[in-house]
Design a protein around this ligand. Sequence first.
Ligand code: ZN
Length: 97
Amino acid sequence: MVIIKGDINMSKYKCVICKQEEFGHGNNPNPISDYGKCCDLCNLNIVLPSRIKKLNKVIRKKVKKQGGVKPTTTYKDIYIYIGIISAMFFIALYIIK
Ligand SMILES: [Zn+2]
């Protein structure tokens, strides 16, 4: 099968962030802008980092509401993991023999 790079779906758009004319699908500029499309560069450098920041804020708010972060892994869990891993190791040694 031959894949031909054509101009199917390659429409022109203007990036709402850097105002450059670009070709292609474009990216969703939310939360920087509620409308239009943004180019790949702006998506990588501006939109994605701002989404991560927004997500971090939401998580921090939730953590504050719950009254702090509680550790989900206890020492008991760690000992169980070590036990399972060493058991698997010895089983593997036994099989190799
Ligand atoms: Zn752009």
